[in-house]
Design a protein around this ligand. Sequence first.
Ligand code: BGC
Length: 752
Amino acid sequence: MSESTYPSVKDLTLEEKASLTSGGDSWHLQGVESKGIPGYMITDGPHGLRKSLTSSTGETDLDNSVPATCFPPAAGLSSSWNPELIHKVGEAMAEECIQEKVAVILGPGVNIKRNPLGGRCFEYWSEDPYLAGHEAVGIVAGVQSKGVGTSLKHFAANNQETDRLRVDARISQRALREIYLPAFEHIVKTAQPWTIMCSYNRINGVHSAQNHWLLTDVLRDEWGFEGIVMSDWGADHDRVASLNAGLNLEMPPSYTDDQIVDAARDGRIAPAQLDRMAQGMIDLINKARAAMSIDGYRFDVDVHDEVAHQAAIESIVLLKNDDAILPLNADPAAARKIAVIGEFARTPRYQGGGSSHITPTKMTSFLDTLAERGIKADFAPGFTLDLEPADLALESEAVETAKNADVVLMFLGLPEAAESEGFDRDTLDMPAKQIALLEQVAATNQNVVVVLSNGSVVSVAPWAKNAKGILESWLLGQAGGLALADVIFGQVSPSGKLAQSIPLDINDDPSMLNWPGEEGHVDYGEGVFVGYRYYDTYGKVVDYPFGYGLSYATFEIADVAAAKTGANTATVTATVTNTSDVDAAETVQVYVAPGKADVARPKHELKGFTKVFLKAGESKSVTIDLDERAFAYWSEKYNDWHVESGEYAIEVGVSSRDIADTVVVTLEGDGKSQPLTEWSTYGEWETDPFGAKIVADVAAAGEAGELTKLPDNAMMRMFLNSMPINSLSTLLGEGGKKIAKFMVDEYAKLAK
Ligand code: BGC
């Protein structure tokens, strides 16, 4: 069918328009057959396709879906810091959608990991909005480059699973703008996702589905979003209010389209609003038309498995490597005797639980890989992957196996039941039986390398002394076993960097005072001080900082320089050199540290990064542009972004706590100012360009005896500076009133 045969909303009856604003069933849009509008399929996401093999009627069947490549979930992929690689993952996912005739894949999810206990941390990218946005945009752009849509989710502030369907997230405007919205904003502005899925929760009292501020004022009017917004599954509790707020599509359908028809008839929905929402649905269908018309397409399972393999390699973070215990030598002649302990080596935990759970096309465990590559090792499972107590027979078998080896690879982690969509964890601790086994193994063998599998941060500090090497492998998707063998045996150097801090103790986390909330609400009391923004500003010790990750190579960053490219923009350059004899990649990270500011700002914030692949001994120069936003904060005073004039340090490094060099730029600022009034403090008058002149006049008049002389002792000046000038009489009696009047009158003259 050609595009021209798809009608405009003007060709539809009221009932037909209403019908477009809810699904046909759980996984399909509602078509209008007589008008040639098809009801395409839309389904999960986000790290591969979950197309249910069973019903479309609404029951959840997570275990029965068509085989699809299981790429590393965001928990892993976010550590790659490699948007190009992520783009390739997106392209591959789109090809699988084309084969399965899926018009929109439901992902990626870019909510901030406010607290590592959050149940969906495995599906989300980072504690940092810049990183989350600049990585996940690769999925959106990659999928959509093939003519398939994405659904950026969950808009917004789904940062916990506790009470997720109702909880009221009370968040300041500043924290929303600086922390919880920018990943969405960046992706909307640069890649225009075809759809956005709203979250279940409320934000400042209003459910996201009914939130006009969120779905219309910010998303469409400010950011220029051109796609449609759908509800999360069951998040639309009031069809009329939601449609008026800017929600195009209720999913799954509640079969209440008559409510929309009635409201359009009695004026509760304006005709133009219904037309806008319904036209959005027609536009979406038109965008998907070309790809959905391709018949008989088959994606290449092996090629996609290889994409998943590469993605898994770059997701692995080397946390510790004492005595250069890694890499191991795979050459049978030189190899040391290896013991592999832990059920995860045989039964990998490679994805998270819940709606994203997919059926992989292949599955290669670490043990499979060793067998395929002819690498000999003794294996003992050591423990079961459940929450049951330790099995003593398995334990002693594992300790025996470890005793006879030169080196022990211990595969530890969180079993599936320990973390999932739908609930938050209540501890960062690893299962006790695994830690007890590690202790026993370490007592018999000094050369232990722990390989972790977990969707969100686990505590490392309590047991790290028992391991010379630690690889944080997150959840690696279906090719994780291959990737781990590549890294462990040194075919490739690890290059992952932490997308979230690993604290020493969960009680160090800034959100813990308000986690997970109470009586139906949660206060985001830490404001913008999330993750490293808190730890670094307040000098808290962490176990591993944001951006951290070791390599088998060594690097040097030199020639750091910054040049202004405008009043409030700059470009940063540096040279990065691989100073080792191992080919490897390093990620250069740029943090902006504001100088003196009118509001409490984090010590520094990530504002740019680039991953550089370098052969042994090779050097490359890197350039990172910083736009005005890189220096701005959200001012509640101006209800807008604000760049203050002054000095900003630009730090170039390899983690938030490993800065190679710092340079300073001086910005002009955006010139925003607010008129002074009698309610402005004396200090505010002093720092305002017009006010400063008047303050000087007050001092001169004081010297001349025309006005009361201002106190000159430091203590009194402090009082004075923080006083609105209409209170000067408290310090200066009648004379204070005269000074205030003089100032306000002079200001009025200057303003003319
Ligand atoms: C999840 C979404 C998912 C949807 C459809 C919801 O419960 O929050 O992420 O896309 O179900 O499975």
